[in-house]
Design a binder for this molecule. Structure first.
Ligand code: ADP
Length: 280
């Protein structure tokens, strides 16, 4: 397939390599503002979107939810510093006596009119990131140098990147020439009542237990002032809740699922354990 023809039935893509068809059931996503409507408007106009925010605050779940809502397949790429342009676009492979071209995940998304989610894009090398530029402006094309193809993005294609400003430093930041191509949606830790609702739904605990976990997270998040480099995300609360729901004692669940993943520092761990002992 070499054209930018859209795939008529996105559910037909179930077996396509690297493409996940839109989920049949709505993935639970509790919005914190008008991000669903803004994303849908960006999609309608072919505007690429940057999801900014710390880890574990719902960015990936949001993209899965939008894949369902917009009925578009989803391609997800976890970016890392070894990721090359060929890893995204594709490469020639030797199969027996033949040399065959194999599309990379970005190319598959462009051909199929999928959402392409580049997770933690800042981890990729700058020379890899620039390959997305022609897809982010009015051209909406992907030049494939190795095949000489200039691939127009199929209708429905949308580029989505995630970016954690907390990890930002001088050597690893998005260039302004890249940043300014995206509409940016901010994700943060949800307000307590919403976080409780998420933990109840995702963790399978009672409202009371979820409220205790969220109160604990509030106290632990305050430890940032005492040097805790990363504060507990909603993801960690959901993990603790799942352990509790399956019978692990609440204090133990919080130690192993919340405190231990956050730090190795003995003083900070002791402080976190004190807070856990006080609240649970
Ligand atoms: P991120 O991509 O920002 O690192 P995820 O989307 O993977 O984080 O979120 C981690 C987990 O937290 C999800 O699997 C889900 O259980 C829960 N979660 C966080 N925020 C939300 C939200 N707004 N709605 C529903 N679930 C959420």
């Amino acid at each position: 397939m070499t054209s930018g023809r859209p795939v008529d039935d996105p559910f037909a893509l179930a077996s396509a390599d690297g493409l996940r068809p839109p989920p049949c059931e709505e993935p639970f996503y509790l919005p914190s503002g008008d991000e669903v409507a803004v994303f849908a408007a960006c999609h309608a106009h072919g505007l690429p979107v940057m999801l900014k925010g710390p880890t574990g605050c719902g960015k990936t779940r949001f993209v899965e939810h939008m894949s369902w809502r917009l009925r578009r397949p989803l391609v997800t790429v976890a970016c890392h510093d070894d990721l090359s342009a060929s890893d995204l676009i594709g490469r020639y492979l030797v199969r027996g006596s033949e040399t065959v071209w194999q599309d990379g995940p970005l190319t598959r998304a462009v051909r199929a009119g999928a959402l392409c989610y580049l997770d933690e894009v800042v981890e990729a090398r700058p020379d890899t990131i620039v390959v997305i530029h022609p897809l982010t402006d009015d051209r909406r094309v992907l030049p494939i140098d190795k095949t000489g193809e200039l691939l127009p993005a199929a209708p429905g294609f949308q580029l989505v990147i995630s970016y954690n400003p907390g990890y930002q430093h001088l050597l690893k930041d998005l260039k302004p020439s890249t940043r300014q191509r995206f509409v940016a949606l901010e994700f943060t830790v949800p307000p307590p009542e919403r976080e409780v609702a998420i933990v109840v739904h995702e963790g399978g605990v009672s409202g009371r237990q979820a409220a205790d976990l969220v109160a604990l997270a509030g106290r632990l998040r305050a430890l940032r002032d005492r040097g805790l480099p990363e504060v507990p995300s909603t993801r960690l609360l959901v993990s603790a809740a799942r352990l509790i729901a399956s019978g692990v004692a609440p204090r133990e669940a919080c130690r192993v699922a919340i405190a231990a993943p956050l730090t190795d520092d003995p003083d900070l761990l002791a402080a976190a354990h004190d807070v856990i002992g006080l609240l649970l």
